[in-house]
Each structure stands twice: as structure tokens, then as C-alpha cells.
Design a binder for this molecule. Structure first.
Ligand SMILES: Cc1cc2nc3c(=O)[nH]c(=O)nc-3n(C[C@H](O)[C@H](O)[C@H](O)COP(=O)(O)OP(=O)(O)OC[C@H]3O[C@@H](n4cnc5c(N)ncnc54)[C@H](O)[C@@H]3O)c2cc1C
Length: 322
């Protein structure tokens, strides 16, 4: 049966492969084999692959840079498509850039700087693809994707290509309509402002350096494990402990790292996974960590933080195949 499906897929998508280890494609270096795996480099290929998988009734998972994923070590059933679309970025009139969803976000940041356009410098050092960032409304250093998006072209679940305005994207903290509806971001246009190249470059570089100094980038990881906590959600009796930790990014929040520290879990190891001592909202893979090691650590943090502070931490990383 499996062979039959693979043969059918192979006939229509000659580059498709089977049993490809996803740990090769995630920044965590964790993840079991994808039953079927395809890297797409053109928009029409990704649309075709999704259409074919739907026709054959096999599950589909679209990934970008794999920088926000915890993938199970077990077989990931169905088709995993890695969006690697490298169609060119285009500078249009009025400081608008149109870019494909599969482009590495860092390349888009570099392109905007090259054109002396400001508005993306907050994203210096942010890994992953532009499409992944639009879907999750990625943000850092006071900026978010939603601040620059003009419109997005996306593939909906009925395989229609839709063009959505910024308002229609329903961006919110680390979320969007694409995340809620599971639509694929094909491309998007962003509107930036003319600026001073050197200044923009310096700000972007300072963020890259900040990340190098403060984040455990020397180990495989998936960025922040937990979303930061809305200050309003903190029970009144604990609010004053965290008053001096509040950041307005993008609204008054307390970084989750403080709750991990408060729960006494910094440096805690399970198997080969560890809560980073450099940044306690990161879990690092010390080499050969299993998805279960990470999952157990995540559960432990959630339990302890709930018990101590009555706060339900929500993970920012996306779970795949559990
Ligand atoms: C060291 C490090 C630092 C990080 N710092 C930050 C940070 O400061 N701020 C922040 O917000 N994030 C941060 N992240 C998380 C991550 O980089 C972002 O979430 C990034 O935008 C994810 O993009 P990706 O292409 O890697 O997505 P993936 O990890 O491949 O996928 C994540 C989710 O997006 C979906 N997806 C991917 N591409 C598309 C698409 N084209 N259309 C629709 N859905 C898609 C996938 O199905 C999956 O559900 C960090 C990660 C790391 C490893």
C-alpha cells in the first residue's frame, strides 16, 4: 500500500523522497523520518504537491526553516514539504518589497538594508523563512512582522490562492489567520520606509550580536520554548515580584524565562536535553536528545510554574507528529 502511494507520488513529483530524517532539517536537530519528503523551489511546485497529496488523501505538513519545531522521533506520516522557494525578491514603487514565503528571512532583511529601507532591522539574526515568520507573526526587539506587511498571498484549504490585506491576516501575538486556518503563505508584500543604510545596518547587527551573546546558539535549539506571559494573566499576589521584569514587547509581558528561573529549573537536564543556563526560555540539545526528552522538560516546566505561580505557560514551538 505504502509503495503504491509512493509510486503514484513519484510519478507526479519526481523529486520526492521517502523516509528522510527531519532532524537534518530542524534547528533542534531532532525529528524522525518523514514518510514522504519534498523540497520545493517554485511556488507552482508547492501548490501542485499539496493538490496531489490532498487527492491521494495523505496528510501534509509544510515546513520552512524548521526553526520553530519540535518534531517527534517517530515516523511522520504523509508528505512533508520543505518550502524552499527562492523566486526573486522584487523592489516595487513606494518602498514595497514582494518576497516569496520560502525565502530565508535573513536574506529579506539584508535585501531591505541593501535598498536603504528601514522597518525590518528588528529581525536581525531571526532564523527561518519569511513565510514561517508571517504565519507566526514573529517578533523581537519591539518589532513584529505585522508592522510591515501590506498583503499576503496564501493557499487556503480549498486550494484557492487568496490575497489578504494586513487587517485580513488577523495578526496577533505570535499568531495569524494562517496559523489558525493552516493556510500556506506563498508570498507577501511589505511596506518599508527610506532610511539611512548605515544606521539600519548597525541596528540589525546589534541585534545579531545581542543574540550571539545572550542566546545559547552554540547548541541546537528551537528558540524560545514558551510564549511570554501577558502581565494581566499573572495572579495579583505575584504581580509585584515581576513588576521590574515587565517589557512592552508588543504589550506588557513578563518574559517566560523569569518563571523558569523562579521554578528553580535552570540547567535542569532530562536525557540529552537541558534548560539552558544562558537563557532559561531555551531548551538545548546537548547531542542526541530525543523528542521525548524535550517534551518531558516542557511538561516539567509547565507543571512547576503552574504549581508555584498559577500560570499556564503556553509553548511557542510547534509540535509535529505527537
Ligand atoms: C535561535 C532562534 C531564535 C529565535 N528567535 C525568535 C524571535 O526572536 N522571535 C520569534 O518570533 N521567533 C523566534 N524564533 C522562532 C522561529 O525562528 C520563528 O518562529 C520563525 O519565523 C519560524 O520560521 P520557519 O520557517 O523556521 O518555520 P518552521 O519552524 O519551519 O515552521 C513553524 C510553523 O510554521 C509553519 N510554516 C512554515 N512555513 C510556512 C508557510 N510558508 N506558510 C504557512 N505556514 C508555514 C509550519 O507548518 C509550522 O507550523 C527563533 C528560533 C531560533 C532557533
Amino acid at each position: 500500500m505504502r509503495e503504491g502511494i509512493f509510486d503514484k507520488l513519484k510519478k507526479e513529483l519526481p523529486d520526492i523522497k521517502k523516509d528522510i530524517l527531519l532532524s537534518e532539517y530542524t534547528t533542534f536537530k531532532i525529528g524522525g523520518p518523514a514518510e514522504y519528503f519534498l523540497i520545493t523551489t517554485k511556488e507552482k511546485e508547492i501548490i501542485r504537491a499539496i493538490k496531489i497529496a490532498k487527492r491521494l488523501k495523505i496528510p501534509i505538513f509544510v515546513m520552512g526553516g524548521g526553526s520553530n519545531l519540535l518534531v517527534s522521533d517517530k515516523l511522520i506520516k504523509g508528505l512533508v514539504v520543505k518550502n524552499n522557494i527562492k523566486e526573486p525578491m522584487v523592489l516595487m514603487k513606494n518602498n514595497i518589497i514582494k518576497a516569496p514565503g520560502g525565502i530565508v528571512f535573513g536574506k529579506l532583511v539584508d535585501f531591505s538594508i541593501e535598498k536603504s529601507l528601514q522597518g525590518l532591522e528588528w529581525a536581525g539574526g531571526l532564523p527561518g523563512t519569511f513565510g514561517g515568520a508571517v504565519r507566526g507573526n514573529a517578533g523581537a526587539f519591539g518589532g513584529e512582522v505585522k508592522d510591515s506587511v501590506l498583503n499576503v498571498r496564501a493557499l487556503d484549504n480549498n486550494l484557492n490562492v487568496r490575497k489578504l490585506s494586513n487587517a485580513q491576516c488577523k495578526f496577533s501575538y505570535r499568531s495569524s489567520v494562517f496559523k489558525k486556518q493552516n493556510w500556506v503563505v506563498l508570498s507577501a508584500s511589505i511596506k518599508l520606509k527610506k532610511g539611512e543604510k548605515k544606521k539600519i545596518q548597525e541596528i540589525s547587527k546589534s541585534h545579531i550580536n545581542y543574540r550571539r551573546e545572550r542566546h545559547p546558539l552554540e547548541y541546537p535549539n528551537a528558540g524560545s520554548i514558551f510564549k511570554n506571559v501577558d502581565f494581566k494573566e499573572i495572579p495579583l499576589k505575584f504581580q509585584k515580584i515581576f513588576l521590574d521584569k515587565v517589557k512592552k514587547d508588543p504589550f506588557p509581558i513578563v518574559p517566560s524565562a523569569w518563571f523558569v528561573i523562579g521554578a528553580g529549573l535552570v540547567g535542569k537536564k532530562i536525557g540529552k536535553a537541558q534548560i539552558s543556563e544562558k537563557h532559561s526560555n531555551y531548551i538545548i540539545n546537548l547531542g542526541g536528545a530525543s523528542s521525548r526528552d524535550v517534551l518531558k522538560l516542557i511538561d516539567l516546566v509547565k507543571q512547576r510554574v503552574r504549581k508555584k505561580y498559577g500560570i499556564a505557560l503556553e509553548q511557542e514551538v510547534q509540535f509535529v507528529g505527537f
